[in-house]
Design a protein around this ligand. Structure first.
Ligand SMILES: CC(C)(COP(=O)(O)OP(=O)(O)OC[C@H]1O[C@@H](n2cnc3c(N)ncnc32)[C@H](O)[C@@H]1OP(=O)(O)O)[C@@H](O)C(=O)NCCC(=O)NCCS
Length: 164
């Protein structure tokens, strides 16, 4: 999407991402403090997607990850409803994957409700595969969790210039 920028979360983004989360009931419903605490954890990667519709950049999506050695987990992800289906989540994930690979992560996991069709469509398009099911993992309403995994591959090498 033209005019979109992915950048690391800063503490003063917390109100914007909390609003996005509240507009997306399928996202994990965290307190603002939870984002600030995650941001302090070693191994956390929190990115925001900014769009620039009228000249003033506006945070329209975010993704939060936590990495421990070779494993990383997608902890939360949401895009403001009016900005969905414009490639923001894909750009957030691609940028995070580059960063996570660089710091040694090799597998990215996530948990999702089987009823969350939009998220499942997105994760399938990004290459996640079902790893296993956690029975009755979620409450209100009660539901299994699908644990999905994605192998984190190295970024493609830039084409070498042909020697003449
Ligand atoms: C899931 C979510 C983050 C996707 O964000 P998004 O920015 O709209 O996704 P993108 O535009 O990057 O979509 C990338 C691809 O995912 C798939 N996809 C995304 N939304 C889809 C939809 N509504 N229907 C079908 N496929 C969809 C498509 O393959 C799409 O590629 P395409 O547009 O070229 O066809 C967004 O729907 C959302 O915020 N949902 C509510 C919160 C949530 O469920 N979070 C996850 C909790 S586990």
């Amino acid at each position: 999407m033209p005019g979109m920028r992915i950048r690391p979360f800063a503490d003063n983004d917390v109100a914007a991402i909390h609003t996005i989360q509240q507009q997306c009931p399928q996202a994990a419903q965290w307190k603002p403090q939870d984002y600030l605490e995650l941001a302090r954890e070693p191994g956390s990667v929190i990115l925001v997607a900014e769009v620039d519709p009228s000249g003033a950049p506006e945070v329209a999506g975010f993704a939060a990850f936590l990495q421990v050695l070779e494993e990383a987990e997608l902890r939360n992800l949401a895009v403001y409803p009016s900005h969905q289906r414009k490639g923001l989540a894909r750009a957030l994930l691609e940028s995070a994957i580059l960063r996570l690979h660089e710091s040694g992560a090799r597998t990215l996991y996530l948990e999702v409700r089987p009823s969350n069709r939009l998220a499942l469509a997105f994760y399938a398009s990004a290459g996640f595969r079902l790893d296993y099911t956690r029975p009755n993992y979620y409450h209100n309403p009660s539901e299994d969790a699908l644990v999905m995994a994605l192998e984190i591959l190295p970024p493609p090498h830039p084409k070498r210039r042909q020697e003449s």
